[in-house]
Ligand binder design. Sequence first.
Ligand code: FAD
Length: 307
Amino acid sequence: MLRTPLLIAARSARCRALVEHTPLTRGLVDRFVAGETLEETMPVVTGLTRDRLVTLDHLGEDVADATQAEATVAAYTRLLAELGRAGLAGRVEVSVKLSAVGQALPEDGEKIALHNARRICEAAAEVGSTVTLDMEDHTTTDSTLGVLRDLRVDFPWVGAVLQAYLRRTEADCRDLAGPGSRVRLCKGAYDEPASVAYRTRAEVDLSYVRCMRVLMAGDGYPMIASHDPRMVAIAGALAARYERSPDDYEHQMLFGIRDAEQRRIAATGRRMRVYVPFGTEWYGYFMRRLAERPANLAFFLRSLAGR
Ligand code: FAD
């Protein structure tokens, strides 16, 4: 019931100002965000890589001008160089939102985003890391998959995210289940209309299982991004059915969510990758995490009431 208002608030400048200026927000944000700077984040990443893989996200989305997009590219270039210097590029990749590199700009947004994403891919290739394009709301899906296709001509290892709540996604999974393709399957975190998306939990879960089956049966590399114990178990069963070895697919979860389960999966010899966001632009990401789980919201509201 609260999911929709929270996701609308995630895009409201007024709510943003209120939430960002509440001192106690910080404690809860710290649960989901590894640090504000790269220097704060690197020790966290190094610690995680002892038993897990990592994908690093420099927080930010919906940039409104080319200067901000340029700053995002600079941040990714710097962090990839740092991963190379630290010898972590083999265990740490990066996740990029195209709206953070210009996709939403009114003129030539997609072209600018492609150019900027290409520069990030070049920086990743230089140190031996990889890039996955995050997926945002459904109005950007075609554009993001178009950019993915262009990038994969020169960088065949670029990964994509598909969202099981979208009605189109099973077909997209079929398109992207070919050799060399890396697909992160998640349920989906935005507020989408029923015309394009399944709206009940049961429908989304069923779609997730159908999509997982397509990816596991295909020739690509499935990345199962879910904290849901049933999806984790079904992924294991499908991997066995389609004779995938433990290094032929991976599980992914978000930083700060089900950490013990992440360690348990890693200890069984399966690949477990943690999505680690960092930076100061945490508002949209944080609100989507609140929307996913009422208990997070209750905790947050108690903090507000007690201030
Ligand atoms: P759910 O059924 O929502 O949750 C299952 C269980 O996980 C819950 O019962 C709870 O125990 C735990 N849990 C889930 N969420 C939370 C939370 N916020 N706080 C505490 N516990 C929680 N979405 C996109 O739209 N685009 C993306 O590019 C994208 N990238 C992602 C990358 C990764 C690696 C992951 C793991 C998720 C990503 N998501 C993305 C978010 C995703 O779409 C879901 O919103 C989110 O993962 C919750 O779905 P779930 O599969 O974990 O299942």
